[in-house]
Structures are given as structure tokens and as C-alpha cells.
Design a protein around this ligand. Structure first.
Ligand code: NDP
Length: 328
């Protein structure tokens, strides 16, 4: 059946400006790291992308290596674009990245011009696109000169293959330097993509100040700590959850157990606010970043999470309560 986007899609989602740029992102973006590869039914992945777009989520975050296998999420997204979202291309922000291992040999990862340019071409091909809206250096490379990595990003914009560029997981100091180089090249750094959640607050130790000073926007990855900051684990570890997946090294039953007391305490604060824990975790992260990239394995999770935007305010007492839970 032909997809027709919801006519009410722009009614509830706030759009927030990235730093001192002209581009706005939805407060909540959708990431395709998990659940959009070949290990998921295409129909489930498609339903999630379309439900997100219908809810005003105009930004979809990808990377060369998202799968499994690496590349599969971009292929899935390309299929959805071709079948359903093509008429809406100008209403959508697509981002991709390169930096982590993608193909064998010395040119398949990190930050050389050789790798980044080839990887973007491959991403465009998989997604059936002429350009991505945002292209990121996915991680800092300790060996490649920053000038080389940044000039590759600048070249992508000049070639019309990316509209804007960004960096991910760069430290405060690396960000300041990357921003300086990009400004000199004439392609300002639009956005930084760090991890950020109640359980991972490293950006508060300097990066936020650099971003504000440089006029760079920010988008948090793993704002729900991969599901820990949701109701997913309140009653144990469900078999279909990320923590239970044997092929996922990023979240485990152990990590759930270490956090479960805090998760329960935070859930009580969320309930008192009239929110679910996921909604509160999103609202809390949005106090510091322009947008958050949520992941999802079911449409229902997206529908629950977008309601977060109805209450983005915190009282001083609530913030104090949360602080106490996180620091004890
Ligand atoms: P989250 O922290 O949002 O975790 C998403 C997971 O939380 C879902 O898969 C689901 O787990 C669970 N979840 C979400 N909503 C709910 C809900 N309402 N109720 C119950 N459970 C819920 O983010 P991700 O770790 O998925 O990362 C998000 C995106 O960030 C990625 O897709 C990617 O685009 C980006 N990213 C970028 C990185 C980088 O280096 N730049 C690194 C990592 C991610 P379950 O699957 O168990 O249902």
C-alpha cells in the first residue's frame, strides 16, 4: 500500500536550532544502530521509520557500519526511502558516519581521507541518495592529522555529497581544534554527537562549554542508556531485550543488575511527574543537548517516547532528587 504521511505530523514535535546554524532538528531523532539490519523483519523496521516520520521525527541517524551485517541498516533505510519516503526527501534529515571498522585492510576505518571519501560514496549508494544532510567523523583518529580528517569533511560538502558536517565522540579539546580547522576551511562544524544520558554525563565536564562557545549544536546518542532508563528492565530482563541478546556486547544482564536500584528510584520520580522513565530520561537529556537520538525495537516504544516533549521542564526539587539518586 502507498504510504501517505500523517497530516498532523508537525503539530507536536518541537524543532530546535543547531548551534548558530540555520538547521533545526526535531527534539527527538531516530537512530538505526540496532533493529534495522538483516536480523529484523523489514516490515518492523519500516513500520518504525514511518511511525517516527508521522510523529514529526524528521531526522534519521545512520552510519556505514550499522547492521548486522555492516551496511544493512543503510540498505534497509534506502529501501524505505525508495518505496515510501521519496516524495518527502526535502522534509528529512539523513545523517551517516564513518570511523569504525567497515572493511578489511588499512583503508577501512579511522579518519583518513581515503577511507572517509570511499565510505560516503558507499553509504550514498546503499541509501540510493545523491547527498546526505549531515556526515560525521564517527570517532577521533589518534594517528591521522586532524587537518586531513576535517579537510575530507570539507571536500564532501564542496562535492555536494553532504550538506553539513559533524563529529562524534571527540573530546572538548579535539572539538575546539576541529572547529577551528573547519572554520578556516569555510565549512563550519554543525553538530557534535556524544553519548549522553543520566548514566553517562561526560559532556558536562567541558564539552558543553566548548559547543556553546563555538556555536555547535549537539545530539545525544544512547539517551536511554540502551534501554536501562526505560521500563524495560523494571521486572527483570525480557528475552527479546537488548540486554538478553547474546550477540550484543554493549549491554548485559550484569549492567542491568548494577543499575536496578537507581532505575527503580528514578522510575518513582518519573511517575510523580506523570511521565514514564523513558520520557523523563529524554526530557532530562534535552536540558543539555539540542536533540536526542533514541533507538527502538517496537513502534510502541517510539509512540511512548515522543510524548516526552509534552513536559520538558523540571523543578529545582526534581533535579535535586535525580541528582541524589545518580550520585549515591
Ligand atoms: P537508546 O539509549 O535510546 O536505547 C534504545 C533501546 O532502549 C531500544 O532499542 C529499546 O531496547 C529500549 N527502549 C527505547 N524506548 C523504550 C521504551 N519506551 N520502553 C522500553 N524500552 C525502550 O539508544 P541506542 O543505544 O539505540 O542508540 C540510539 C542511536 O544513537 C543509535 O541508533 C545510533 O543512531 C546512535 N549511536 C551513535 C553512536 C556513535 O558512536 N555516534 C554510538 C551508539 C549509538 P530493546 O531493543 O531492548 O527493546
Amino acid at each position: 500500500m502507498n504510504y501517505l504521511a500523517s497530516e498532523t505530523r508537525y503539530q507536536n514535535m518541537p524543532y530546535r536550532r543547531l548551534g548558530r546554524s540555520g538547521l533545526k532538528l526535531p527534539a527527538i531523532s531516530l537512530g538505526l544502530w540496532h533493529n534495522f539490519g538483516e536480523n529484523r523483519a523489514y516490515s518492523t523496521s519500516r513500520d518504525m521509520v514511518l511511525a517516527a516520520f508521522d510523529a514529526g521525527i524528521t531526522h534519521f541517524d545512520l552510519a556505514n557500519n550499522y547492521g548486522p551485517p555492516p551496511g544493512a541498516a543503510e540498505s534497509t533505510f534506502g529501501r524505505i526511502l525508495a518505496k515510501d519516503l521519496k516524495p518527502y526527501r526535502d522534509e528529512i534529515i539523513v545523517s551517516s558516519k564513518a570511523g569504525w571498522e567497515m572493511w578489511p585492510g588499512p583503508y577501512g576505518e579511522w579518519g583518513s581521507r581515503k577511507y572517509l571519501m570511499a565510505s560516503l560514496d558507499q553509504s550514498l549508494q546503499r541509501m540510493g541518495l545523491d547527498y546526505v544532510d549531515i556526515f560525521y567523523s564517527h570517532r577521533p583518529d589518534p594517528d591521522t592529522p586532524l587537518e586531513e580528517t576535517m579537510s575530507a569533511l570539507d571536500a564532501m560538502v564542496r562535492q555536494g555529497k553532504a550538506l553539513y558536517v559533524g563529529i562524534s565522540s571527540y573530546t572538548a579539546e579535539q572539538t575546539r581544534e576541529a572547529s577551528r580547522i573547519l572554520k578556516e576551511l569555510g565549512t563550519p562544524c554543525l553538530i557534535h554527537q556524544p553519548s549522553y544520558s543520566m548514566f553517562d554525563r561526560w559532556i558536562e565536564g567541558g564539552l558543553c562549554d566548548v559547543l556553546a562557545g563555538e556555536g555547535i549544536g549537539s545530539i545525544a546518542f544512547c539517551p536511554l542508556a540502551q534501554g536501562l532508563l526505560t521500563s524495560r528492565y523494571l521486572n527483570g530482563v525480557p528475552l527479546d531485550s537488548r540486554a538478553a541478546a547474546v550477540d550484543n556486547p554493549f549491554l548485559s544482564t550484569d549492567k542491568v543488575e548494577q543499575r536496578i536500584a537507581q532505575i527503580n528510584a528514578l522510575n518513582k520520580v518519573a511517575e510523580a511527574r506523570g511521565q514514564t522513565l523513558a520520557q523523563m530520561a529524554i526530557a532530562w537529556a534535552l536540558l543539555k543537548v539540542t536533540s536526542v537520538i533514541i533507538g527502538a525495537s517496537q513502534v510502541a516504544q517510539i509512540k511512548e517516547n515522543i510524548i516526552a516533549v509534552k513536559n520538558l521542564e523540571f523543578s529545582a526539587a526534581e533535579l535535586q532528587q535525580i541528582e541524589l539518586i545518580l550520585t549515591t
